[in-house]
Design a protein around this ligand. Structure first.
Ligand code: CMP
Length: 162
């Protein structure tokens, strides 16, 4: 991989699966030319969530976040591309759907604010998680996937998109 070609971790949250929009979300990452190199559907247990959200475990909204993430299965994925970490975050949009621009996944499919979620005592239902930084991406990929679950193949449009 070159300096700019990198991998990022993405999880479609239970609301995305329950709403039946996994395909539409995956399509947005695929059409940008990113390469899907790993994918699985899993129910996240307490331990996995505690590790994944280690920076949030002490926050007031953590209980709501844990309940939300355990409402159903999540679809965990690894995407690869040029500057994949910031590029996927750009396609995903701001954390609070209320702030996310139209054209982003959260801006097009959701509209909830932090205040509303806090008032209801639940996490912001924002459809998708994507790593924030390259180091975080590598840690999250290692947490959610074994090496042999990451696959190699050639996208036929490779010469055009990377
Ligand atoms: P995510 O990108 O997965 O990272 C942490 C998650 O916690 C975030 O998306 C939201 O779902 C949730 N979250 C972050 N801040 C708040 C908040 N102030 N109130 C409710 N939920 C939050």
């Amino acid at each position: 991989m070159t300096e700019y070609l990198e991998r990022t971790f993405v999880a479609l949250k239970p609301d995305a699966i329950q709403r039946g929009i996994t395909g539409q979300i995956i399509h947005r990452l695929e059409r940008a030319g990113m390469r899907l190199v790993a994918m699985k559907m899993i129910k996240a247990d307490d331990e996995l969530l505690k590790e994944h959200y280690s920076e949030h475990v002490d926050k007031d909204f953590y209980e709501g976040l844990k309940n939300f993430m355990q409402e159903g299965p999540v679809v965990a994925m690894v995407w690869e591309g040029v500057n994949a970490v910031p590029n996927v975050r750009k396609i995903v949009g701001e954390t609070a759907p209320r702030e996310a621009r139209p054209g982003t996944i959260r801006g097009d499919f959701a509209h909830m604010s932090f205040s509303h979620a806090d008032e209801k005592g639940q996490a912001v239902k924002n459809l998708i998680h994507a790593s924030g930084e390259k180091k975080e991406a590598m840690e999250e990929i290692a947490l959610w996937f074994d090496d042999d679950e990451i696959k190699d193949y050639t996208r036929t449009d490779k010469e055009h998109v990377r």
